[in-house]
Design a protein around this ligand. Structure first.
Ligand SMILES: C[S@@+](CC[C@H](N)C(=O)[O-])C[C@H]1O[C@@H](n2cnc3c(N)ncnc32)[C@H](O)[C@@H]1O
Length: 266
């Protein structure tokens, strides 16, 4: 999920969550996505951040992929370039769907991005990728579930407030928030794509106390903005308990393949 605006803070957050993200991605869907890329074609990663999707592909053995990273955040792109010198980095907004650089692109990817976007954007993206015959792989869309063990009284109220906040206006249009994966699946199916969804929940334990702690802080900030008066006291209780709590955060991965497309790579 996307909860932090300050660039450095967000880069730290992306770094903190990367191990959990990589462990959570559905392994079979990632392999299917990688196999969609014909030899000699490249992968365009929307909202790339520092290049976590490229590293997830490399961890799975797909380390010869030519990447094009696209993001609005110059600092994220600089970090991505430092870690992936062969990648092309493009400063730009994913919202300008017609301007997305699809030349020699065999797969478009995204991760932890869809919840920010609108159904109108999905419709435009599916139309463009359908015309171009390019598959879309979007990992780690938050689906609204967060479950702590042991629970505390305000968990449900704070979680509900957070999810209201996630559905709020982001850049002039209602964000899909926790419904992002399902709404994206519906949008791509309407354009003739075959869509597969797979669970990619974070499963965190006491060893992930730092990530749990930061997650709780972000949830509380958003819940407070959404009017939840218990948010700050809840965060105090939760952050104290992070060293002996388990936390599951629901995520979904999606692969949308246009009609007639065949997997071509190994
Ligand atoms: C939560 S981060 C995820 C980054 C990366 N995909 C990952 O999984 O680590 C969301 C990223 O999307 C970028 N972003 C947000 N809105 C964008 C837009 N309209 N166009 C391009 N990038 C955008 C942010 O700058 C940020 O790098």
């Amino acid at each position: 999920m996307n909860q932090i605006s300050d660039t450095q803070f967000q880069a730290d957050w992306l770094s903190l969550r990367e191990a959990a993200d990589h462990a959570a991605r559905d392994a079979a869907l990632l392999v299917r996505a990688a196999q969609c890329v014909p030899p000699g074609m490249r992968v365009l990663d929307l909202g790339s951040g520092t290049g976590s999707t490229a590293r997830a592909f490399a961890r799975a053995g797909h380390d010869r992929v030519q990447w094009c990273f696209l993001d609005t955040d110059e600092a994220h792109l600089q970090l991505a370039k430092a870690r992936h010198p062969m990648a092309e980095c493009v400063m730009g907004s994913v919202t300008d769907v017609e301007a997305l650089p699809l030349e020699h692109v065999g797969l478009v990817t995204a991760s932890a991005l869809l919840d920010l976007m609108s159904t109108a954007w999905v419709d435009a993206l599916a139309a463009r990728l359908g015309q171009a015959g390019v598959p879309f792989y979007a990992a780690l869309s938050f689906d609204g579930r967060m479950r702590w063990e042991p629970p505390v009284a305000a968990d449900a109220d704070v979680s509900d407030a957070f999810n209201r906040h996630q559905r709020g206006d982001k850049g002039g249009q209602a964000a899909m928030g926790p419904d992002a994966a399902q709404l994206t699946a519906n949008g791509f199916e309407a354009h003739g794509f075959a869509v597969t969804l797979a669970g990619s929940d974070w499963v965190l334990g006491p060893d992930d106390a730092a990530l749990q702690d930061e997650f709780v802080a972000g949830v509380a900030r958003a819940a407070e903005e959404a009017g939840e008066v218990q948010a700050a006291s809840w965060a105090g209780v939760r952050r104290k308990a992070a060293g002996h709590s388990a936390l599951r955060v629901g995520h979904t991965d999606l692969l949308a393949v246009p009609a007639g497309h065949e997997a071509t790579a190994g």
